[in-house]
Design a protein around this ligand. Sequence first.
Ligand code: CAA
Length: 378
Amino acid sequence: MELRFTQEQEMMQQMVRDFAKTEIEPFVERMERGEFPREILKKMGELGLMGTTAPESLGGSEMDFTSYIIAINELSKVSAVVGVILSVHTSVGTNPILYFGNDAQKNKYVPKLAGGEYLGAFCLTEPSAGSDAGSLKSRAVKDGNNYILNGAKVFITNGGEADVYIVFASTNPELGSRGISAFIVEKGTPGLIIGKDEHKMGLHGSRTVQLTFENMVVPAENLLGAEGEGFKIAMSNLDVGRIGIAAQALGIAEAALEAATNYAKERIQFGKPIVANQGVAFKLADMGTAVEAARLLVYRAANLRTQGLPCGKEASMAKLFASKTAVDVAIEAVQIFGGYGYTEDYPVERYFRDAKVTEIYEGTSEIQRLVISKQLFS
Ligand code: CAA
């Protein structure tokens, strides 16, 4: 079993690492104050990072899936905000069109999304349909050559900034999840109302908004796939998207481990570095072991996907474990930093605040357990 990156993947890792250090690190404070990293995304588009896996014929970089995961992992070590923006834009903003769109839809939207001219968003969650996504209430009614959409969405990552929204609404409520359809909705569509900006515990530079559809008119040509195929489109893209969030969590955990290790070697108490105490050294040993295990799960799932093999269970396992690792390691990092760790002068409090949501979005840890257990016992 080969556990090394290819030469091409190593080059990707180094390129993104350098970019994150020189371009993103100086921007982190601005994001912490709530600024959306538009100018960073523009530069990422120029580097081909906004369409890593899309084919060259559609404006993408046509790299393998593992390279995409490497990019999210490396970006998230410096900024989990940039990590989640890229993950949502690609896995659930662009890929539904790439995999389920017809030629006209692919040619119209993918080059702009893959090139970074457009940003993508994914609109599934509703006020009363979170984990139970199949119970969504948004309604789409066919009217001649259009669909008229009414409903409300919450917690929409990239909302308000995105140019293209993948929107899920029911075209036949009697059929439950089999009646859900997916639509491509462009920014500025009359009736698409951008609502409240959520003030979140972490991920401050990432925008998360409520959306309302008030008699929003969507051309029938923007129906993605067939009527009733929406839930399958959502679920199959989430299957893969979860590897991206797992890679984001891994990046946070790696950053927290590195910060805590460096601090423990430098901080002198009782005349010696605190790492000389087994209480601290063993904590770091456990943190390092968990990070290594998370890394193996993330890249195992990514490798399966790269080979075109089923990876739903492994993606959920990677997300479940990497997100818990990110939270645990970030909490311990704050502890190792002591009082300093509780201040904004050091990054570990940010790692902790950013880590928590990885156990919640793209399916809570409880939903990951549900997906894993269903597949283990089927
Ligand atoms: N791929 C393809 N099809 C799938 C599928 C998958 N992974 N999972 C289910 N389906 C299909 C089933 O085959 C079934 O089809 P049929 O009716 O034709 O047989 C249909 O979908 C319904 O399946 P279930 O009965 O299993 O569905 P369910 O209603 O019990 O829900 C669930 C399953 C796993 C709990 C699902 O609702 C789920 O994943 N919930 C979590 C929602 C979620 O992850 N939201 C994330 C929002 S996006 C986000 O967070 C982005 C961000 O901001 C970072």
